[in-house]
Design a protein around this ligand. Structure first.
Ligand code: FE2
Length: 226
């Protein structure tokens, strides 16, 4: 059910339709050195998934990527795993007043996972600030919506649409986010910060995992900002 991409990092993909296009979504689980699980962009829960998570470790920290991405099922995680702690991305605490958050995500990694996971806030976009994570032991960058990677594994309609939009087959920034990037200098600074991480893999929120030339491809996705 969960694919182990490297030691202690797992991904689970599930279908997601966005404006009629199947773009899918990815949940990431990192097993921390003490056996606790750090969950990013949690997927919907089923009995099978609950059992699979319990096999991996103890669900402890549940994080979204932004106030838009990865928060939909957080309440179910708190209900199913009462000892889990929920974290808010900037602005999510105001959107999801039905949730009780144990912490707010920012540019500084929380000490509860900072031994193995670094993080930063992607600045420069009007209205939304996404949190990006870097799992140091597996050299994996974990992002939400700042880049999609939709290619040949997607259905025909999605392939056609992404070809028309110039987003097919590689890391690319969705058009709505491009339009929101009002402070380009701040965005470039965030990109530079991310590129300081020694990543060899990118897990996107939507699309296939990138394992070939990830740094170059991530940088090139933002060529329009330079
Ligand atoms: Fe998303």
């Amino acid at each position: 059910m969960f694919t182990e991409l490297a030691s202690n990092i797992f991904v689970l993909s599930e279908p997601l339709s966005f404006y009629g296009l199947q773009i899918g979504r990815n949940m990431v689980v990192v097993r921390l050195p003490n056996g606790e699980l750090f969950v990013n962009s949690p997927a919907s829960l089923t009995e099978d998934r609950i059992a699979a998570l319990n096999d991996l470790g103890t669900v402890r920290y549940v994080t979204p990527s932004s106030k838009l991405h990865g928060h939909l099922h957080m309440k179910d995680y708190k209900y199913t795993f009462p000892d889990a702690k929920l974290f808010a991305a900037p602005g999510l605490d105001r959107r999801r007043t039905d949730l009780v958050f144990d912490g707010l995500l920012g540019s500084t990694p929380d000490e509860r996972w900072s031994d193995v996971i670094d993080q930063t806030a992607f600045l420069g976009a009007f209205w939304i600030t996404e949190i990006e994570f870097f799992h140091r032991p597996s050299k994996t960058l974990i992002i939400g919506d700042i880049c999609y990677n939709l290619g040949p594994k997607t259905p025909l309609k999605t392939r056609l649409a992404t070809q028309l939009l110039g987003m097919y087959g590689d890391l690319s920034v969705p058009l709505d986010l491009r339009h929101m990037m009002k402070n380009e200098a701040a965005a470039r600074h965030s990109i530079d910060q991310i590129l300081e991480w020694d990543f060899e893999r990118v897990i996107v929120g939507h699309g296939s995992v990138v394992e070939h030339n990830p740094k170059r491809r991530f940088r090139e996705a933002f060529d329009w900002l330079y």
